[in-house]
Design a protein around this ligand. Structure first.
Ligand SMILES: Cc1ncc(COP(=O)(O)O)c(C=O)c1O
Length: 289
């Protein structure tokens, strides 16, 4: 079952008119919430980010926080699997094609829950390869927009090299990757770009930052130069589905020792422990690190 504009229905029956501005202009925003043992992880943070994306794009938010939560819980409960990725998007709605905003239009809301696919065990243990590219996306990467053609083109570069991600640099500095945030580690210090308009404020990024602080792992939010990334002892990517994953090869060259490093192994364990705490609480409420 999926959710479309107030109704739960089979995926095959979920249809959107071709004049939907999501289809015509990519005029919409989205979220993806990981769900472990039917407990959505950091749901309020994801809903806060959705509200922000809607505000920044001036798309009317059709539901209150409580209504969003109820729909998500119902969708999660409808699925046969325990761990899920709940995807939801809101577009500006259906209207005659014209770039300017239509008046009196109802936003289109679509939600689906798929089985959650985390990186396989072997990849977590051995690390993964990435390639790099210039970040030529727009200047509002902080908005979780469904207009993802830049991200898709950039991700395809790594897909064609059988790598898991494309790590992006803008003006000689690290931004993020095509669908994840990026952290470098040098001499035991975790380095990551501060939040600005050029990166998506990742929910996993925040969890990693909280876990680092709570466990006395030094972390710095600052510009990270391309040269620092290439010379890092460790490189990680983070996202709701990848969680935290070590990158051990960039553009065919080894990062550090070419294996997941000690800081990664510690953070991975902290992340798994934190997830278990959230799951065990069984609560669909906020839990902090
Ligand atoms: C461009 C980009 N950056 C970062 C992230 C990580 O965000 P989160 O940790 O909230 O999944 C994503 C996730 O899809 C993304 O698409």
């Amino acid at each position: 079952m999926v959710f479309l504009n107030g109704k739960f229905l089979p995926l095959e029956d979920a249809k959107v008119p071709v004049l939907d501005r999501g289809f015509i202009f990519g005029d919409g925003v989205y979220e993806l919430v990981p769900v472990y043992a039917r407990v959505p992880f950091r749901l309020d943070e994801h809903l806060a980010r959705l509200e922000r994306s809607l505000g920044e794009t001036r798309i009317r938010n059709p539901y209150t926080r409580a209504q969003w939560r109820d729909i998500i819980f119902r969708l999660v409960d409808e699925q046969p699997y325990e761990d899920q990725g709940v995807y939801f998007q809101v577009t500006r709605g259906v209207a005659k094609r014209d770039h300017a905003f239509p008046k009196n239009v109802e936003p289109t809301v679509f939600m689906m829950a798929n089985p959650l696919v985390n990186p396989p065990r072997e990849q977590v243990e051995k690390g993964a390869a990435a390639v790099s590219a210039q970040d030529y996306r727009w200047q509002r990467c902080d908005i979780k927009s469904i207009s993802l053609i830049g991200n898709c083109l950039l991700r395809q570069l790594s897909a064609e090299s059988e790598a898991v991600e494309t790590i992006l640099f803008r003006d000689g500095k690290l931004t993020e990757a095509s669908a994840s945030n990026v952290f470098a580690v040098k001499h035991g210090v975790i380095l990551c770009p501060a939040k600005d308009r050029l990166i998506l404020p990742g929910i996993t990024y925040d969890v990693i930052a909280e876990l680092a602080r709570a466990n006395a792992m030094p972390i710095e939010f600052r510009d990270v130069l391309e040269a620092e990334v290439r010379a890092a002892d460790e490189l990680w990517v983070s996202s709701s589905s990848k969680e935290v994953l070590a990158i051990v090869e960039l553009d065919g060259k080894r990062i550090g020792e070419g294996v997941p490093g000690p800081a990664f192994r510690r953070m991975y364990q902290l992340y798994q422990d934190f997830k278990r705490t959230v799951m065990r609480s069984g609560k669909r409420e906020a839990v902090s690190a």
